[in-house]
Design a protein around this ligand. Structure first.
Ligand SMILES: Nc1ncnc2c1ncn2[C@@H]1O[C@H](COP(=O)(O)OP(=O)(O)OP(=O)(O)O)[C@@H](O)[C@H]1O
Ligand SMILES: [Mg+2]
Length: 265
């Protein structure tokens, strides 16, 4: 299916009132974020997108692809399903080795050079994880962060899905800066549910949620892009120190102060 555009029409929030944001459009290549406090309905919104809701979910939202609704009884050929959702809580039931899992998926998707595509997927995933995913490891033995890294790589490379929905990747402790950098090389629609200001400010726009309702749509303007550049410097320091802590180093106030000072220059 050739996806050019998705449109989401607002429905109702938890209190039954119509949503402030009446509609938004996503074009190929757009990156957007969904932000808001815990329990405000972020996951619900991306689930509506994944289901191609047609006023048939509690939020009564409606989703169009290329300006058309998807009939309720329509089911995509799994090979061509346009959406990949990397959910907030992921557990594998299959104890297949990672390589086998990827091989089956690549075969179902009709990939041509299966060995190459598996290698590429693992390489992508391993740029996001702290400890590399080994091909013979059972899927059930992967950590939370490794699992999500593998699922992202699998959705982008093997699944080749044009629309990718990611629910809070930062909580899995994966390298989100690297993830954004890698993902930007692929022309897709990316929807991030995030609490991370850096991801939000790197998006084309963000939807602010409250009480199950889309309150506001904010486009990232030049001012915010500049602020994002500054924020990146601060964030890089935090990430650097996180790396040191993870590696078992001890931290001194002096080193921290020096880092902040060099940032101010
Ligand atoms: N528009 C809505 N109408 C009715 N119920 C809703 C609506 N939006 C969300 N809810 C309900 O509110 C609850 C919390 O929503 P959800 O899990 O989407 O929040 P969240 O923002 O993803 O939270 P977290 O940050 O903890 O992941 C769910 O039970 C969901 O069904
Ligand atoms: Mg959620």
């Amino acid at each position: 299916m050739d996806i050019r555009k998705i449109t989401v029409f607002g429905g109702i929030g938890k209190n039954g009132e119509p949503e402030n944001v009446e509609r938004f459009d996503l074009k190929m290549g757009d990156i957007i974020s969904i932000v808001g406090p815990t329990g405000c309905g972020k996951t619900t919104l991306i689930n509506d997108i994944e289901l191609f809701a047609n006023c048939n979910t509690p939020s009564k939202r409606k989703v169009l692809i290329n300006d058309e609704t998807i009939p309720e009884d329509f089911s995509f050929d799994p090979k061509e399903h346009p959406i990949a959702l990397i959910s907030q809580y992921t557990n594998f039931l299959s104890d297949l080795p990672v390589g086998e899992f990827l091989k089956i998926h690549a075969t179902v998707r009709g990939a041509e050079n299966i060995e190459q595509i598996i290698a590429e997927t693992l390489e992508f995933a391993n740029q996001l994880t702290g400890e590399a995913i080994i091909r013979n490891t059972a899927m059930t033995e992967l950590s939370g962060g490794q699992t999500r890294s593998l699922l992202i790589a699998d959705a982008v490379i093997i699944g080749n899905s044009p629309i990718i929905l990611l629910d809070e990747i930062e909580n899995a402790g994966i390298n989100r800066t690297k993830a954004l950098e890698l993902l930007k090389n692929y022309k897709k629609i990316f929807v991030f549910v995030t609490h991370d200001p850096r991801i939000a400010l790197l998006s084309d726009f963000r939807i602010v949620m409250k009480s199950g309702s889309m309150q506001k749509l904010i486009r990232t303007n030049q001012e915010e892009t500049l602020a994002a550049g500054e924020l990146k410097k601060i964030d890089d320091i935090v990430l650097h120190f996180r790396g040191l802590i993870r590696a078992g180093e001890e931290i001194s106030e002096l080193v921290l102060r020096e880092s902040i000072q060099s940032l101010a220059k």
